[in-house]
Design a protein around this ligand. Sequence first.
Ligand code: UT7
Length: 326
Amino acid sequence: MSKVLRSVLTGVGGYLPETVVTNDDLAKFVDTSDEWIRERTGIHKRHKIADDQGVSDLATEAAKRALAAAGRTAAEVDLIVVATTTADLTFPSVASMVQRKIGAPIGIAFDVQAVCSGFVFALSVADGFTARGLSKCALVIGAEAMTRLMDWEDRGTCILFGDGAGAVVVEPGEGKGDNTDKGLLGFSLKCDGTKQDLLYVDGGPSTTGTVGKLRMQGNQVFKHAVVNISQAVLDAAEAANIDVADVDWFIPHQANQRILAGVAHRLGIDENKVIQTVAEHANTSAASIPLAMDQAVRDGRIKPGQLLLMEAMGGGLTWGACVVRL
Ligand code: UT7
């Protein structure tokens, strides 16, 4: 059988900023309640970036932890892909800042912008380097400061989001080319630009010259999320030549507990196989999947050799899924 190069995830790390904001904290200045937020979203609290932190600081911390978990050093890193929609500056990329802050040598570094789906997109992009032998040690990071994009008077959005970063180290590994290999086995990525108005930020460098605030038609996004994510899961499973029933752990983007339950129900997935961090983290956009993975690896649920399925949907609309054997 012919040998193929696979993108193998060799370490994961996460970082959450110190400040915790509870639902009750939000109810002090916006017309909402802990009960409504828990019931409609599953969220109990979220973390908020400090005034003197930038998203690159969160990404750097997560990257260092992922490198330590993989037993690698910054000196070995030759590729950094950061999925973010809340960069420190319009440019340079967060990836280039992470390269400097961890002390990695000159190499490839850039950001990927696919909002909440960003981590799945970034992992698939990194695979284009690793699986062609062009990278020996990559960092794929999801990092967000979503609270910086909030309209704190809009109760339909400001209660949903939080800040954080998660990172994985990706290294090439030889496989047989079948679904028993370790590494990224298949993915499905999609964007429907006609649905932009459902979820967007109303500012930017080439229009308003401001950062802008997040705007969302929540119930519309919700409906698309369950349908699109379910299809992406099936498509990624087909690309990886696996059965959804064979997956050990589903690591979904953490937007709303009801979306996670809706997708699981639609696909007949046991909810005990779904890693859920939305209660503690809220929606951290591109950071939510690697943060959830980090938690479940550290608490011993996710083990080497297991089959993982990651899925997400976000602004664009973008959505996607990927299958990884750890
Ligand atoms: O990261 C990927 C993108 N984002 C998502 O996937 C989010 C998808 N959407 C959602 O999670 C849900 O749609 C929300 C949690 C945003 C809203 O839940 P919903 O069940 O779809 O509520 P709704 O927007 O249909 O609003 C129902 C009611 C409205 O009141 P009326 O018009 O029935 O009187 C809202 O004004 O709930 C009201 N409402 C709130 N009430 C208390 C909306 N937000 C709040 C709030 N507290 N925070």
